[in-house]
Design a protein around this ligand. Structure first.
Ligand SMILES: C[S@@+](CC[C@H](N)C(=O)[O-])C[C@H]1O[C@@H](n2cnc3c(N)ncnc32)[C@H](O)[C@@H]1O
Length: 280
């Protein structure tokens, strides 16, 4: 068996698992945009990865800005866009902690970041900087749909998930494990195993990392400190007609965030110099 250690260097196998809900996710995001936001057509995806949602937005004629830390993921994102669709898309290599784009400040209708990617930000400062920089890009009535799994600090067992996907004649089995949360360090150990088998292929890609942990109160405090308020919350089933109530104990959450109004006459501070590379 061949062994590898970074699933983001193998976007097609990553997407065999996470790409199956792309249309449903975009339908939901656009419904949320119409219902809670401006309904406008400039989108932003921080940490856009291999661009499955970027391509889906472009396919629907929307304009979208995407950025990611990983060049292999961005290369995949560029390859999947036809020249006609590329006109709708701006891709950058950048980090969530420091992305800045003065030309889009105050112009974005809908930003989104699903599948717990936000939890890669490994400190309160990094998370707050990301939220503040995203807020600066939003229109005053724009929204940020931020989806991640909350932490139950009382849990005493590992959390496991398993999915099966296909790439051509290969089968991809994905097993993800989240370790017990460390409340003091605010993190839990993650392990993902992708096992790919097919004619002439037997490969294991094992990726290990830490995710930052949030319970609902920690998330709420962070959003407020970054100048964002929660308009609504949804489950990962992406059903606009079933928002989560305040007392819900669901851990899977899509938070719909909107900039808190700034005091009259005071402009939000700009991030200054752009920190990114446009990726063609
Ligand atoms: C789970 S994937 C999600 C990709 C895409 N948003 C999607 O829904 O398919 C997480 C992505 O986050 C990127 N990433 C991780 N840490 C990052 C950071 N600090 N800044 C920017 N991108 C980051 C990874 O390179 C990867 O492409």
């Amino acid at each position: 068996m061949e062994r590898r250690s970074d699933w983001y260097s193998h976007p097609k196998y990553y997407e065999a698992i996470f790409g199956t809900d792309t249309r449903k996710e975009m339908d939901f995001l656009l419904e949320v945009n119409r219902h809670h936001g401006t309904g406008g057509s400039l989108l932003l995806e921080p940490a856009c990865g291999a661009g499955r949602l970027v391509a889906e937005a472009a396919r629907r004629g929307l304009d979208i800005v995407g950025y990611d830390i990983s060049e292999p993921m961005l290369a995949h994102a560029r390859r999947r866009l036809s020249p006609a669709r590329r006109r709708h898309v701006h891709l950058f290599q950048s980090r969530m902690e420091s992305f800045s784009a003065p030309e889009w400040e105050g112009r974005v209708d809908l930003a989104f970041n699903l599948v717990s990617t936000f939890r890669y930000l490994d400190s309160e400062t990094a998370a707050r900087e990301h939220l503040k920089s995203t807020r600066r890009l939003l229109k005053p009535e724009g929204i940020y749909a931020l989806g991640f799994h909350l932490t139950d600090y009382a849990r005493t067992t590992l959390e496991r998930e398993r999915w099966v996907g296909r790439v051509g004649r290969d089968t991809v089995i994905c097993n993800t494990r989240e370790g017990l949360p460390d409340r003091r360090l605010r993190r839990s150990a993650m392990r993902n195993r992708l096992r790919i088998t097919g004619p002439g292929r037997d490969m294991l890609i094992e990726t290990n990392w830490f995710f930052r942990t949030y319970d609902l109160d920690e998330a709420r405090r962070l959003f407020r400190s970054a100048g964002l308020r929660i308009l609504a919350m949804y489950d990962f089933d992406y059903r606009l007609e079933s928002p989560l109530g305040r007392g819900s104990n669901r851990l899977d959450r899509v938070f719909i965030l909107q900039p808190l109004p700034t005091p009259a006459g005071r402009k939000p501070r700009s991030a200054g110099r752009a920190s990114r590379t446009e990726s063609k």
